[in-house]
Design a protein around this ligand. Structure first.
Ligand code: ZN
Length: 219
């Protein structure tokens, strides 16, 4: 393991590090109202909401080559969740929206997007991400990202939720939580909530049908 202060956290090589985004800028831009930057809220004791202009970046985690590897995943995540969401089919039950379905999505790219956001949050020194710390899962995730391996649907399983008709102007900081005893990290991405499993046990049954799966629609 390279212990150098300037080593890229992904390739572990001594390289010039760039300003890397963790949650892509597009999710912050979406929240920006007029010229006012979104507030970033953290429930961490002692921290106060701050307005930031371009979301948040960390200049201690990635070299430009590694950032370039992640960039297409960031673009795809923003394309699916921001620009392409109008094509999602609304599923209603007794007049209420209960779910959204996107018939076709690229499992590999979208999964790697969420895995890389999780990993970046874990290695980041930014206060906004301080509650995300993956312990032994961090290096496993790094290896998978480096080899562009999205894993099976149970490896760092991702479940997405969406807020309906909620005026959201703040970005909330991600945090760990448990569902039926299984560990997840919860991320807020403007109108969406992503639950990413950080646990070697399977997804709890009430969430299992909702996890990203290759060849199945995104629900
Ligand atoms: Zn690198």
């Amino acid at each position: 393991m390279n212990e150098s202060k300037n080593a890229c956290r992904l390739c572990l090589q001594d390289k010039k590090l760039i300003k890397a985004h963790i949650i892509p800028e597009g999710f912050f831009r979406l929240l920006r109202q007029g010229s006012i930057a979104p507030e970033m809220h953290s429930n961490t004791p002692g921290s106060f909401p701050r307005r930031m202009q371009v979301g948040t970046y960390d200049s201690t985690i990635l070299c430009s080559e590694c950032d370039g590897k992640i960039a297409p995943w960031d673009n795809y995540g923003q394309q699916v969740l921001i620009h392409g969401f109008s094509t999602a089919v609304k599923i209603s039950l007794q007049g209420k929206t209960v779910a959204w379905r996107i018939e076709k999505f690229d499992y590999r790219t979208l999964k790697l997007f969420f895995m890389s956001v999780l990993w970046r949050a874990s290695v980041s020194k930014q206060t906004f991400y301080k509650r995300i710390s993956l312990g032994p899962f961090e290096d496993r995730l790094r290896t998978m990202i480096l080899s562009e391996d999205p894993g099976g649907s149970q490896d760092f399983a991702v479940v997405l939720g969406r807020f309906e008709e909620v005026q959201i102007t703040a970005m909330l900081d991600p945090y760990p939580e448990k569902h039926d005893g299984i560990s997840f990290c919860r991320f807020f991405l403007s109108g969406f909530v992503a639950y990413i499993k950080v646990d070697s046990r399977p997804t709890p049954s009430f969430l299992t049908d909702l996890r990203f799966q290759e060849g199945k629609p995104l629900v």
